[in-house]
Ligand binder design. Structure first.
Ligand code: CAA
Length: 240
C-alpha cells in the first residue's frame, strides 16, 4: 500500500538512498534538508521527490512543516529520522556549541519529528518510525563524545517509543550503520579513515543502499512484529 513517507536529511548520502528505495516501494516520499538548496533542487529534478527545507532541530519548524506536508499529501505514516551532523573533536577542544548542535539536531530532531507525527500514527493505528543511529552510539568513538551520546540517545529513545507505539500498530526501530561511503565519512581525515577501514572485517566501507534496503523491510507491512530493535549494519566492525 502506498503511504506518505518523510526522510529527514533526504537529499544526500544515506537519506537519498532511503528516499529512492521507498519511492521504488511505491510510497509518496518527501525529503527534508537543512541548507544545500542547489543539491536539493538537483535531487528533486532527478527523482521527482519534493524537498522541504527546515532545521529538524527546530521544534516549531518540524510541527509546522509536517502539518503542511500532511495537508498537501495526506497523513504521514512513515518517518525516517536520518538527519544528522558531526562536530568531531576531542573533549578538551570541543566547545559547548559543538556539543549542543549535535544533540539538538541528531537527538532533538528525533523527538521533534515524533511529536509532529507519532500522535497521528497512533490514532490511525499504523505507523513506522526508523531512527538512524550509529555504530559510534554503540561502541563510542575517539573524538565524538557529542555524536556518540546523541546516537546512543537515539537507541534509547527508540526502545522507549517502541513500547508506546506497540499496541497501536506503530513500530519504532533503529539502524546503527557503520562507516558508510558518504560525504560525512569522507570528511574524516584520510589516515584516520584508513585505520578505521582496516578494522572492518568485511574490508570496505558500506554503501548507502545497504542501509536503505533494511529501512525498506522495517517500514513494510511484513515488519509489523519488529519493534524496539536496533539493526547493526557495519560489516562486522562491532558485533553487538
Ligand atoms: N584511539 C586512541 N588514540 C587516538 C585515536 C583513537 N581512536 N584516534 C586518534 N588518536 C590519537 C592520535 O594517534 C594522536 O596521538 P599522538 O598525538 O600521540 O600522535 C592524538 O590522538 C590526536 O589525534 P589527531 O591528530 O587525529 O587529533 P586532532 O585533534 O587533529 O583530531 C579528531 C581529532 C577530530 C577526533 C580526529 O582524530 C578524527 O576526525 N577522528 C575520526 C572521528 C570519527 O571517526 N568520526 C566519524 C565521523 S563519520 C560518522 O560519525 C558516521 C557514523 O555514524 C559512523
Amino acid at each position: 500500500m502506498a503511504r506518505v513517507a518523510i526522510v529527514t536529511g533526504g537529499t544526500r548520502g544515506i537519506g537519498q538512498a532511503i528516499c529512492l528505495r521507498l519511492q521504488k516501494q511505491g510510497h509518496l516520499v518527501i525529503a527534508s534538508y537543512a541548507g544545500n538548496d542547489e543539491k536539493a533542487k538537483a535531487f528533486t529534478a532527478a527523482t521527482g521527490i519534493s524537498a522541504y527545507r527546515w532545521d529538524v532541530g527546530d521544534h516549531e519548524a518540524c510541527i509546522h512543516n509536517c502539518n503542511d506536508i500532511a495537508a498537501t499529501h495526506g497523513p504521514i505514516d512513515i518517518v525516517i529520522n536520518n538527519a544528522g551532523v558531526t562536530r568531531d573533536g576531542v573533549l578538551h577542544k570541543m566547545t559547548f556549541d559543538d556539543w549542543n548542535e549535535v544533540m539538538r539536531i541528531n537527538l532533538g530532531g528525533c523527538f521533534n519529528m515524533a511529536k509532529a507525527t507519532f500522535p497521528g500514527m497512533r490514532e490511525r493505528g499504523w505507523g513506522r518510525i526508523v531512527n538512524i543511529g550509529s555504530i559510534n552510539g554503540q561502541a563510542g568513538q575517539y573524538g565524538q563524545v557529542n555524536y556518540a551520546a546523541a546516537k546512543s540517545g537515539i537507541h534509547g529513545f527508540t526502545k522507549a517509543l517502541a513500547q508506546e507505539g506497540a499496541r497501536y500498530g506503530v513500530t519504532v526501530n533503529a539502524i546503527a550503520p557503520g562507516y558508510i561511503d558518504t560525504d560525512m565519512v569522507a570528511a574524516v581525515p584520510q589516515p584516520v579513515l584508513e585505520k578505521i577501514v582496516a578494522k572492518i572485517p568485511v574490508g570496505r566501507l558500506g554503501q548507502a543502499e545497504e542501509i536503505a534496503r533494511a529501512v525498506a523491510f522495517l517500514t513494510s507491512e511484513n515488519g509489523g512484529f519488529v519493534t524496539g530493535s536496533t539493526m547493526s549494519i557495519n560489516g562486522g566492525q562491532h558485533m553487538y
